[in-house]
Design a protein around this ligand. Structure first.
Ligand code: ZN
Length: 531
């Protein structure tokens, strides 16, 4: 059965002309033609006609998400204290106390951010013991890069002063060697959250379905998971087989020291592995990104516990990163490495360059993730290595003035997440929201990459704004390419799947402010309405 969808369509996202009004989709859910409705209807007289009210554009692609973890962290199993939900320190403490007073067992909260929720006390093990007593309490920092726990939570998982640190992660200890109640980076965060993740396992079909449905309503037709657990694949496959999967999944396995690369060839157009995730450094909001420049000495940095002149260091040395990444690169997988500080980016590019030469890699599309402090020269170097970048431009929305006034100053903070420099260097750059860290609002990402203005109206003093076509490509064509999926998705072109959304305005001509407010009216996956 052929279907003709009609509405306002821009065949190309990069020109102000070329508006057409019909999209012809075949029984396999693929686009076979795009153009003038009268002509296409005359040519396909038996086709079903579906008039759509609004602008038809490619479905949004989130190239760096964490839907499996977000499905748990945004569920009712976790107290939501993210700054986008609870803006003040008083609100955070009230939410924790309320949850603890009703607690049936351990309490998990997610979203602590002392830089946005000003006045939060130091999240020490003593404070959490005072708050929770014998109830295990675990509070995850909004970045996901650190977690705070009390004595009862440590006891529950058998964590004590003698527990060794995982590679690239740590349980912070005081001068006496006692746990401070702070765990840093993925290997330690996962362990502290272990009971929550284990308890959620049985509910994952419902949790994933709810989170995928939310993403579909927001206009995402493909999401990448940068920390996917392959044990969840049967859930996704069951949704696919039942016709209830509302989006496509592209996933990255989490790298492990002495890891073994998975075989290629599993999966399909709905869901498959595209790469392996590695880490270089941590979070700017915690103090562990590897930079050539120091943090400012401000009240905010002192409240974070950073010494005057603090400079963060990477989680891994270049040699460690090379050792971890090498088997996956040899196995032909794309690597995606978390790197924020300029030194972490240099170190990662060194590792990538070594791996590219060592394994004679050509179409590797190795990725750098977030790249907050990446400089124009580093964007050029990455481009010359065919390394691609995904930027967390939403840092500007929420932390724009924090980056400049509290953490790094105008020179280094002002040019944060410099998407314009990435495009100028020739990158097919993408934007992302990193799972649950900020709300999945792709149109706002695009707008902020253009205006470089925070939600409070603070204009970043550095960096380069992007053009509209670049912004749109960052969540469509470029993202499809980064996910090795440009032969399937990312544009409204014959031969690709009819993954599209209907929005209430022309995304090419809206002002940045209007673009950020774009409403998604419907979402189609392979020509089938899913939201
Ligand atoms: Zn991430």
């Amino acid at each position: 059965m052929t279907t003709i969808f009609t509405g306002h369509i821009r065949a190309k996202q990069d020109s102000s002309d070329g508006i057409c009004d019909a999209l012809v989709v075949n029984s396999e859910g693929k686009i076979v033609a795009i153009g003038d409705a009268k002509k296409l209807v005359a040519r396909n007289l038996e086709a079903a006609l579906v008039p759509l009210d609004g602008w038809i554009m490619p479905g949004l692609i989130e190239p760096h998400g964490h839907p499996a973890t977000a499905a748990i962290f945004l569920s009712e199993k976790v107290v939501d204290i993210r700054p986008v939900v609870v803006p003040t320190a008083e609100g955070v403490l009230a939410a924790l106390r309320a949850a603890l007073s009703n607690a049936q067992g351990a309490v998990y909260a997610n979203g602590w951010d002392a830089l946005l929720q000003r006045g939060l006390p130091e999240p020490s093990i003593q404070l959490l013991d005072e708050l929770a007593g014998a109830t295990p309490l675990v509070i995850v920092h909004n970045s996901g890069h650190s977690v705070y726990f009390n004595t009862a939570a440590a006891n529950e998982i058998g964590l004590d002063r003698n527990t060794p640190n995982p590679v690239g992660a740590s349980y912070v200890r005081d001068a006496n060697g006692d746990l401070t109640g702070v765990a840093l980076e993925a290997g330690a965060v996962e362990t502290v959250c272990g009971p929550l993740l284990a308890a959620a396992r049985a509910d994952m079909p419902a949790l994933l379905a709810a989170h995928f449905a939310d993403l579909a309503r927001r206009g995402y037709t493909t999401v990448a998971d940068l920390s996917w657990n392959p044990a969840l694949n049967p859930i996704v496959n069951a949704m696919r087989d039942a016709g209830t999967l509302p989006l496509r999944l592209r996933w990255y396995e989490t790298s492990r020291p002495n890891g073994v690369a998975a075989a290629h060839g599993e999966g399909d157009a709905y869901s498959r592995q595209v790469g392996v995730k590695t880490w270089s450094d941590g979070s700017p909001w915690v103090g562990n990104i590897a930079t050539s420049f120091a943090y400012l000495d401000t009240q905010a940095t002192r409240d974070l516990g950073l010494e005057p002149g603090h400079i963060g260091t990477a989680n891994y040395t270049s040699d460690e990163l090379l050792d971890i990444a090498s088997p996956y690169a040899a196995g032909g997988w794309q690597l995606a490495c978390h790197a924020h500080g300029d030194l972490a980016i240099d170190a990662t590019l060194d590792v990538y360059e070594t791996l590219i030469k060592r394994h004679n890699l050509t179409d590797h599309r190795f990725r750098l993730e977030h790249v907050g402090a990446m400089t124009p020269a580093q964007f050029s170097r990455a481009a010359s290595l065919s390394v691609t970048v995904s930027l967390f431009v939403d840092h500007i929305t929420y932390w724009g003035e924090v980056l400049v006034n509290d953490l790094f100053g105008a020179e280094h903070g002002g040019a944060w997440a410099d998407a314009g420099a990435a495009f100028a260097a020739g990158h097919r750059a993408t934007f992302h929201n990193d799972g649950w860290v900020t709300p999945n609002e792709a149109f706002r990402n695009m707008a902020v990459a253009e205006t470089r203005t925070s939600r409070n109206g603070f204009v970043m003093p550095g960096g380069t704004p992007v053009a509209r076509a670049q912004a749109l490509a960052a969540h469509s064509t470029n993202a499809a390419w980064q996910l090795f999926s440009e032969h399937e998705i990312g544009a409204l072109e014959p031969g690709l799947y009819a993954d599209f959304i209907v929005v209430d305005r022309d995304p090419l001509t809206a002002t940045p402010e209007e673009l950020a407010q774009t409403q998604v009216r419907a979402s189609y996956l392979g020509g089938k309405k899913v939201a």
